[in-house]
Design a protein around this ligand. Structure first.
Ligand SMILES: CC(=O)SCCNC(=O)CCNC(=O)[C@H](O)C(C)(C)COP(=O)(O)OP(=O)(O)OC[C@H]1O[C@@H](n2cnc3c(N)ncnc32)[C@H](O)[C@@H]1OP(=O)(O)O
Ligand SMILES: O=C([O-])CC(=O)C(=O)O
Length: 371
């Protein structure tokens, strides 16, 4: 009889230390490098939060200007990348397009295999600048529109939206979008970040770690839930149908996307901030019907199962009201989480140990081979 204990799903297993963020389920709080995420969302540009995650401190004006200059220089996508992306089927999932794009950027980077902190920071900035352009291209292509050039006079969030929709929207919508980026930026050892650390631990390259992380984020139990939330809203239709829909879904043992969390059991610390951002967008974009459905479904799920919403629940409808197609929601999450992923890759390399857990064998006993 084995004395090994199986930690299914690694629940509760502490696999390493991190100085990047702290998720505290007891107090329902999340801090990035010590700062409460709500304060960062209220007061910081997303670029400042990116600097904080990468360097441990908020930037001085000079540091921010320097980082912005590099990020903006990467917004223009290489022509061969654009041409390859335009050859992918127009029906490809935008997460597949994004994963392919990162892979191509890696293959074209002569410094791909350099793993010094400086080389990897340069790659992080390259992806930080390029990802919104790839997401915008993908969204426009879905609507039969040509890609737009980047706007180098604009900040990260404004440029992202202008490249997608052709103009900068109302300042309140830009702020709501930027708040979502700050909230999505980092969340300790979630599945995609852990994936990036596993790949990094083999001393593979940053682009390989990020393509793997994108694959992990795509699943509906993780980042893909923000898309699945919209599918549920469409299925339910109106607020008055939510309770009956929940009863049927739970009776059929369906998972209700956008609810529950591996770490937070009493509510996701980011939800109130994102819910307020959703409300702002809903007021500007005729979203009362969606808001009613949001509240009614949340109430019905809590009443039936005691589950709280996670960040994907308010983010999905907010992106919908901003004008994004549902399959583009998780790619936006990627454009934000690239900051957290790359901070973790650097942290992993600074004190690396190959990540290779053990397993408890339950297959056939050893037997004789007969040729
Ligand atoms: C940004 C993010 O990635 S946040 C996460 C996004 N993912 C989702 O929204 C997907 C829906 N949620 C889920 O599938 C789960 O809550 C997870 C995967 C996020 C967390 O899973 P776990 O930590 O394994 O869940 P946990 O052990 O707490 O589940 C307890 C019970 O609640 C149930 N449960 C948890 N979440 C849900 C849900 N969304 N719908 C229905 N039942 C659920 C589980 O089936 C389990 O039921 P049981 O005791 O009868 O078997
Ligand atoms: O922490 C998790 O398991 C998932 C999550 O909320 C995130 O990655 O933002």
């Amino acid at each position: 009889m084995s004395t090994k204990t199986v930690h299914k799903g690694l629940t509760g297993v502490v696999v390493d230390t991190t100085g990047i963020s702290m998720v505290n389920p007891e107090t329902n709080s999340l801090t990035y490098r010590g700062y409460p995420v709500q304060d960062l969302a209220a007061h910081c540009r997303f670029e400042e939060v990116a600097h904080l995650l990468w360097h441990g401190e908020l930037p001085t004006p000079a540091q921010l200007a320097e980082q912005n200059a590099v990020e903006r220089a990467h917004r223009e996508l290489p022509a061969d990348l654009v041409s390859t992306l335009l050859h992918l089927p127009a029906t490809a999932h935008p997460m597949d397009t994004l994963r392919t794009a990162v892979s191509i950027l890696g293959a074209n980077d002569p410094h791909e295999d350099e793993n010094s902190p400086e080389a990897n920071h340069a790659k992080a900035l390259r992806l930080f600048g390029a990802l919104p352009s790839i997401v915008a291209l993908t969204q426009r292509r879905r609507r039969g529109l040509l890609p737009l050039p980047p706007r180098l006079d604009l900040g990260f969030a404004e440029n992202f939206l202008a490249m997608t929709f052709g103009a900068v929207p109302e300042p309140e919508v830009v702020r709501a979008f930027e708040i979502s980026l700050v909230l999505y930026a980092e969340h300790s050892f979630n599945a995609s970040t852990f994936t990036s650390r596993v790949v990094t631990s083999t001393l593979s390259d940053l682009y390989s770690a990020i393509t793997a992380a994108i694959g992990a984020l795509k699943g509906p139990l993780h980042g893909g839930a923000n898309e699945a939330v919209m599918a549920a809203f469409e299925e339910i239709g109106t607020a008055d149908r939510a309770q009956e829909w929940v009863a049927r879904a739970l009776a059929a043992k369906r998972t209700i996307m956008g609810f529950g969390h591996r770490v937070y059991k009493n509510g996701d610390s980011r939800v109130p901030t994102m819910r307020a951002a959703l409300r702002t967008v809903a007021e500007l974009r005729d979203g009362q019907r969606l808001l009613d459905l949001y509240e009614s479904l949340a109430g019905a799920v809590f009443a039936a199962k005691g589950l709280h919403p996670n960040l994907d629940y308010p983010a999905g409808p907010a992106y919908h009201l901003m004008g994004f197609d549902t399959p583009v929601f998780t790619p936006i999450f990627v454009a934000a989480r690239i900051t957290g992923w790359t901070a973790h890759i650097t942290e992993q390399l600074a004190a690396n140990s190959l990540i290779r857990p053990s397993s408890l064998y339950t297959g056939s006993a050893q037997r004789e081979f007969i040729a």
